[in-house]
Design a protein around this ligand. Sequence first.
Ligand code: GFB
Length: 317
Amino acid sequence: MNKQDKIYIAGHRGMVGSAIRRVLEKNGFTNFVTRTSKELDLVEQNDVRAFFEKEKPAYVFLAAAKVGGILANNTYRAEFIYNNILIQSNIIDAAYRNGVKKLLFLGSSCIYPKLAPQPMSEESLLTGLLEQTNEPYAIAKIAGIKMCDAYRSQYGCDFISVMPTNLYGPNDNYDLKKSHVLPALMRKFIEAKRNGDATVTIWGTGSPKREFLHVDDLAVACFHLMKNFSGEGLVNIGTGTDVSIYELAEKIKEVTGFEGEIVKDTSKPDGTPRKLLNISKLKALGWEPSITLDEGIRTVYNNVKDTVWQDGNPSLV
Ligand code: GFB
């Protein structure tokens, strides 16, 4: 990659896309082409084709997707499969037609079977049944991986796929019905402390285990792989360690200074019991994460502690 190459980050205003842009800028890249979702609807094939024909980006980071936590995945099942399949298919095909030098497709660790051996290695893909709550999203992401592989095999395109674990960091979603667990609990504990509430409710049994990666670490990993990895299949991006949801809640409780009780709402789903990634392939490619979960939680807390949330859109006091 040369610093003057034109780079298209699909989803540049989202948590992942904005982090990738920060890393590229830090490394001297300046030639970005971006479109907001209002300017370009990535579900529309003709519009995506016209955009690529006009802009001819050299490198593409495909970070645009419809995403959300366990409840959003389970509620908006049609939107998750329809939008994601169209967005990624339109971009991958347009990238091929317009001679993109390299494309990096971002998936998710939920592509692995619900009961895959832990930690989950890349070889576990398509070896068993998926977790039911996010099957539509996972099927879309698996289609994206297979599409990159098919375009590599038939047309020789250098398209790669990376599978991040659960992410958190700047520009996360704090809407309690749609967000992932870490921002949701951060908001719940901050608001409970502020309101002097006696309890904070977490969903499910608290026993599922999750691995959390700061999005700034993910972005460095994506940049590293864009430069240093070409090949079919996928590369896991995680930390290699996980915690239970209850342990996560206790960590956030401590950082926020909330002194009440943690209560469980077991009418809400637990989802996959565990999804820890095996990151040996990534390590062998020369990259390891650097932000610990404790550090990351503290940074997020410092960034959002004065936020007053309305309808999930953070606005600073
Ligand atoms: O982060 P999360 O929504 O997604 O939930 P998944 C992780 C765990 O935290 C589940 C529990 O066991 C939840 O029941 N949890 C406890 C909570 N309290 C809360 C809360 O207040 N909000 C939320 N959201 N969860 C998603 C997938 O799965 O992860 C996607 O649905 C994607 O496809 C994404 O892969 C990374 O880790 O269960």
